[in-house]
Design a protein around this ligand. Structure first.
Ligand code: NZQ
Ligand code: ZN
Length: 389
């Protein structure tokens, strides 16, 4: 196993009723003014807004609302939030939502404190966070990204047409509250997309060196099997608490840095999807579902032993008289069939993405992974996009 440093500072509260039970005590730690950050309004329809504002009121907090955080949050929105925090002397940013809200809040927590060129110093380049971002806490309403317990904030810069993010430990939320029943109102399309995102995070770690036996890969196989099992159950029975709670916690673990321990990490598929997102504003999880099988058809021969393990241990495919290459390819096709089976899109066309010129620009502006089994060229990324149409 490679050398590693592991830490994760976010305190997670999990389970039915965890917000009512624990939010008052957490609120008492962070001053008088709370910024309540949320997205396009789903929390007003499903009752979560009323529940949280009642707790804030009872705790005597002055509340500053920061609403309208969009899916694929923009840098302009981050700067807007940063100004609000400064103007009102906010002591806690309370993000209530999915990955987009949480990411935006973490970026806002930096924007509120940092005086320099935030984008250039922390997104375009990897920076050193030598200041304390405004404290952030999360109430998760939609799972998949694992943003609640990592330090990443994936932001779209609409001027440069780049979507990216880096995991800054200093940006981890102080606490995250995960009540699986809060996710019941998420549309099934988003449940599927979010859960595929979780699967993707695990695969992005698993399909990278080293290939010798290591605990990260062992945990990854167990977690991938859980996500596949629970997603099948949730797709049939959306209010199955066991499946929904497993999916929610798998989502957290997928980005908890646990699966990354000792691994060189791929994340090429994420880089490709992020650029698709920058150009088309598409759903992150759906983009990943389309791209992963296509990407892995390009990759499996370069990481053959791991792809063979994937076929046998995750999909339970018997070797029979197959060669390693045939077995590895069968594992990739099992993944492709699973995407179709649960009802995720299998082509970019199904997502309304067909513009080849745009795809070329997205491909040629894509980040290239240094930890993947194979280093892709821009041409090959473009080929993958074209094959995915
Ligand atoms: O905006 P509202 O009205 O809240 O509606 C949202 C949104 O339309 C809705 N939703 C959320 N909770 C709901 C609900 N609808 C009904 N009931 C609820 N309880 O779901 C829709 C999608 O939400 P969004 O937050 O955009 O989706 P997701 O959680 O998939 O987050 C995607 C973003 O996270 C980034 C992605 O790139 C993308 O920008 N990622 C962040 C990562 C990280 N921080 O580590 C890692 C990921 O790889 C990913 O890149
Ligand atoms: Zn993701």
């Amino acid at each position: 196993m490679n050398n590693f440093v592991f830490s994760n500072s976010t305190k997670a509260y999990f389970g039915r009723g965890c917000v009512g039970e624990n939010l008052p005590a957490e609120l008492s730690k962070y001053g008088d003014t709370v910024m309540l950050a949320y997205g396009g309004g789903s929390i007003k329809k499903n009752g979560i807004y009323d529940e949280v504002t009642a707790i804030l009121e009872k705790a005597g907090k002055k509340v500053v609302e920061f609403s309208g955080i969009m899916s694929n949050p923009t840098y302009a929105k981050v700067l807007e939030g940063g100004e609000l925090v400064k103007k009102h002397g906010v002591g806690l940013i309370l993000g209530v939502g999915g990955g987009s809200v949480m990411d935006c809040c973490k970026a806002v927590s930096m924007a509120a404190v940092y005086e320099g060129d935030l984008w250039n110093d922390f997104w375009a380049n990897i920076g050193v966070v030598d200041f304390t971002p405004t404290p952030v806490g999360f109430i998760v309403t939609s799972s998949g990204t694992g943003s609640e317990c990592d330090g990443g904030a994936v932001i779209t810069n609409e001027e440069t047409m780049v979507k990216c993010g880096h995991d800054y430990h200093e940006c981890n939320a102080r606490f995250a509250m995960l009540d699986p029943t809060y996710t019941y109102s998420v549309p099934m399309k988003q449940v599927l997309a979010g859960s595929f995102d979780t699967l993707s995070h695990i695969m992005e770690c698993y399909f990278s060196p080293p290939d010798e036996d290591n605990i990260s890969d062992d945990i990854a196989e167990a977690l991938m099997k859980s996500v596949i099992r629970d997603l099948r159950i949730a797709a049939e029975k959306p209010d199955n608490y066991v499946a929904r709670s497993n999916l929610m916690w798998a989502s957290t673990l997928g980005e908890y840095r646990l699966m990354k321990i000792g691994k060189s990490l791929d994340f090429q598929c994420h880089y490709m999807e992020h650029q698709l997102g920058a150009y088309t504003d598409c759903s992150h999880g759906e983009g990943l579902a389309v791209l992963h099988p296509v990407y892995y058809r390009h990759l499996y021969k370069h990481g053959l032993s791991k792809f063979v393990r994937f076929a046998e241990n995750v999909w339970g495919i018997p070797r029979g008289d197959m060669t390693d290459e045939q077995l590895a390819a069968a594992g990739v096709e099992a993944l492709a069939r699973f995407v179709a089976e649960i009802g995720l899109p299998t082509t970019l066309s199904e997502m309304g993405i067909t513009d080849r010129e745009m795809l070329k620009k997205a491909a040629y502006s894509c980040a290239i992974s240094k930890g993947a089994y194979k280093k892709l060229s821009f041409e090959e990324i473009y080929e993958i996009f074209l094959e995915a149409i």
